[in-house]
Design a protein around this ligand. Structure first.
Ligand code: 5AD
Ligand code: SF4
Length: 478
């Protein structure tokens, strides 16, 4: 019986959540998680297709597994997720030691599929993927992207105090560079009742923060209750849940940043005033080629509307540099919008051509890699300077911080130390937490503070981390 599971995850938070749910499902049917493929008899890669680099990483990892598979042919090697849906049987051609290819729309059947593969005497490559939305009927395609949000026992969540909750699947926007609508399928919202029930369960289990996930989270809609429920209505319901303290949501699509949503963020005390609304480029020509569906003028007006409605709001963005046809002038406009919007944070990516997208089919990938790299660094430098200025302005301020647990360097120190203090749980250690704006705050305190929201006074900063001390009012709460 194959029961020792190794899983590696690349990509976005949606993938991290999927892996968490997969692991939790498999543990419940008797699997145990191990930390290296060499100790495992089921080896799974949950993959990403958004950029070539993410795929290359997986194909190299698969290559490294060849000797293991020769030694132990009974071990099951599976490729899951977006790359599985995109490359399908090509994965077996490139890596003929892979046993299993499972797309993101088939995860609900994974325990059963694994059981069947393990039971096979003569193992055939097994592929479970969803229908191609370019050729099949929408309702059939929707059906073939099965919903996957099983309940998970609290001890199987990555953190007892925080949880990701998917509120919708897929994407219908078809930005020309993006593979997501193809591999994650059509946009489908869960029902508000389902989501609320899940968040109630999480809160009852001690979870204080939820991060609602969707590719275009603000186009959430539920019509199953006889009226249209939007994200603002869902937030209002979740805001009522006892025990829950913070609600965040990603990723927003600029065109759906409606006033009811902004008012909900302003008025609901548990909703963080932190909005990730990617602009992707500051040039109208580029936005048009990307088929983003808005102009820079619209985006600026939207930012102004957000700032006028929600006091102390923070806005963050994604950018693609070196997309097809991007001139130096176009690129300068991206720099301009970063300076103008003063994003709290920007995630910047070099354009990576994705076979199967409109851009790959119709536009040459004509910006040389060296230019993409230089533009990436330049834009990052502008954003980082803003991050540092924002951080410096916080020195001496008291911020509300949700304590997540021990910091990475503390975990390293603890695992290297041979002496384990007898009262380890009450010792002062280096802790890490986050503000409502997702800023990382490092400070000292006992481990037992994990899960609490405390005031921390900021004493020292760099561009990405704030260092501080629990303010006396907060220390009393321990
Ligand atoms: N190349 C580079 N970046 C991409 N993204 C999506 N597709 C591509 C691509 N082909 C970026 C976008 C998106 C983020 C999640 O990934 O900025 O917002
Ligand atoms: Fe991709 Fe555009 Fe959908 Fe975002 S909105 S997932 S960038 S297609």
């Amino acid at each position: 019986m194959t029961k020792r599971l190794y899983i590696e995850t690349v990509g976005c938070q949606m993938n991290v959540l999927d892996s968490e749910l997969i692991v939790s499902g498999l543990i419940q049917v008797g699997y145990e998680l191990v930390d290296s493929p060499s100790n495992a008899d089921t080896i799974l890669y949950n993959t990403c297709s958004v950029r070539q680099h993410a795929e290359d990483k997986i194909y190299s990892a698969l290559g490294r597994l060849r000797p293991l598979k020769e030694q132990r042919p009974e071990a099951i090697i599976g490729v899951l997720g977006c790359m599985a849906q995109k490359d399908q049987a090509n994965i077996f051609r490139r890596a003929d030691h892979v046993d299993l290819v499972v797309g993101p729309g088939q995860f609900n059947r994974l325990p059963q599929i694994l059981e069947e593969v393990a039971a096979q005497r003569h193992r055939e490559p097994r592929m479970e993927i969803s229908l191609d939305r370019m050729t099949e009927k929408r309702s059939d395609v929707e059906e073939s992207f099965g919903k996957f949000d099983p309940p998970r026992p609290p001890e199987l969540r990555a953190s007892p105090h925080q949880a990701m909750v998917r509120i919708m699947f897929g994407c219908d926007k078809f930005c020309t560079y993006c593979i997501v609508p193809k591999v994650r399928g059509p946009e489908q919202s869960r029902t508000a009742a389902d989501i609320e029930a899940e968040v109630r369960r999480l809160a009852a289990d001690g979870c204080v923060e939820v991060l609602l996930l969707g590719q275009t989270v603000n186009s959430f809609k539920d019509t199953t209750e006889g009226k249209l429920l939007r994200l603002s209505d869902l937030l209002a319901r979740l805001n009522e849940i006892d025990g829950l303290r913070r609600i965040k949501f990603v990723t927003n699509y600029p065109r759906h940043m409606s006033d009811d949503l902004l008012q909900a963020v302003r008025d609901l005390p548990k909703v963080s005033p932190y909005l990730h609304v990617p602009v992707q480029s500051g040039s109208n020509d580029q936005l048009k080629r990307m088929k983003r569906g808005y102009t820079v003028e619209y985006y600026r007006e939207m930012v102004e509307r957000i700032r006028a409605t929600i006091p102390h709001v923070a806005i963050s963005s994604d950018f693609i540099v070196g997309f097809c046809g991007e001139t130096e002038e176009d690129f300068q406009k991206s720099i301009e919008i970063v300076r103008w919007a003063r994003f709290k944070n920007s995630f910047i990516f070099k354009y990576s051509q994705r076979p199967g997208t409109k851009a790959a089919d119709t536009m040459p990938d004509d910006v040389p890699d060296a230019v993409k790299r230089r533009r990436n660094n330049e834009l990052l430098a502008v954003q980082n300077a803003i991050c540092l200025e924002d951080s410096l302005a916080l020195q001496g301020r008291e911020l509300e911080v949700l304590v997540e647990g021990t910091s990475k360097s503390q975990q390293k120190r603890t695992s290297q130390s041979s002496e384990i203090p007898s009262n380890a749980s009450s010792n002062t250690v280096q802790l890490v937490g986050r503000t409502v704006y997702d800023q990382i705050v490092v400070f000292d305190g006992p481990r037992t503070l994990a899960g609490q929201i405390l005031p921390v006074r900021v004493e020292k900063v760099d561009a990405f981390t704030l260092f501080g001390r629990v303010a006396s009012s907060g220390a009393a709460k321990t």
